[in-house]
Design a protein around this ligand. Structure first.
Ligand code: FES
Length: 199
């Protein structure tokens, strides 16, 4: 677990590492993603842009790499795919799986689809929101936990289903939820850098 001093150092490095895209063959005025992330992003877009219906695979790939779709890069994606910004933004906002902000250190996803709802998923989500003091779709202020609703985890016969850092759990009661998350929830400040591998 990184400590506070590392966090300060990382924050400083992150600030120094922020770049402007204007020197690259794209049109965004400014972004807060790092140079390395941008280079990876551009490689991804370039390598996939010739696919039919390339936008979705590109967005999925970017989210897998960065953990989210930075709004700053939507104009660049639009230009490289010869789409409007509204078209790209519309796709990002239409699909609930696409995240527009980095997720917290731990990602909790509660299934809100029909079969799990029939087994108490709605009450479980309410319990999670009250316990974490955040609404679904949000991250705790210390960037510790992101709570999301998801629509089917492929575990319909054992609902309510919860995925915690990509690990699936079935028949999750409020008591089990508390047990599963007991070691994850940190109330105070933490050095929670985004973890794209779990987003
Ligand atoms: S409905 Fe919840 S896992 Fe399928």
């Amino acid at each position: 677990m990184p400590n506070k001093s590392n966090h300060d150092a990382n924050s400083s490095n992150a600030t120094e590492d922020r770049i402007t895209i204007k020197n690259l063959p794209v049109t965004s005025a400014e972004t807060t993603i790092s140079t390395a992330q941008l280079e990876t992003l551009l490689e991804t877009v370039s390598s996939l842009k010739h696919l039919p219906g390339a936008l979705l695979p590109i967005l999925h790939k970017i989210q897998h790499q960065l953990g989210y779709i930075p709004s700053e890069v939507i104009p660049d994606i639009a230009q490289l795919l010869n789409l409007s910004r509204a078209e790209v933004h519309g796709v990002v906002s239409f699909y609930p799986d696409f995240r527009t902000h980095p997720c917290g250190q731990h990602l909790l996803r509660i299934c809100a689809a029909e079969a799990c709802q029939a087994n108490g998923a709605r009450a479980l989500m309410q319990h999670a929101e009250e316990k974490l003091h955040i609404k679904s779709g949000h991250t705790t202020p210390n960037n510790n936990i992101t709570l999301e609703a998801v629509y089917c985890l492929g575990n319909c016969t054992a609902g309510p289903s919860v995925e915690i850092n990509q690990r699936l759990h079935g028949r999750v009661t409020t008591t089990l939820f508390d047990q599963l998350t007991a070691g994850l929830i940190t109330a105070g400040p933490i050095n929670a850098m985004p973890r794209p591998d779990q987003c």
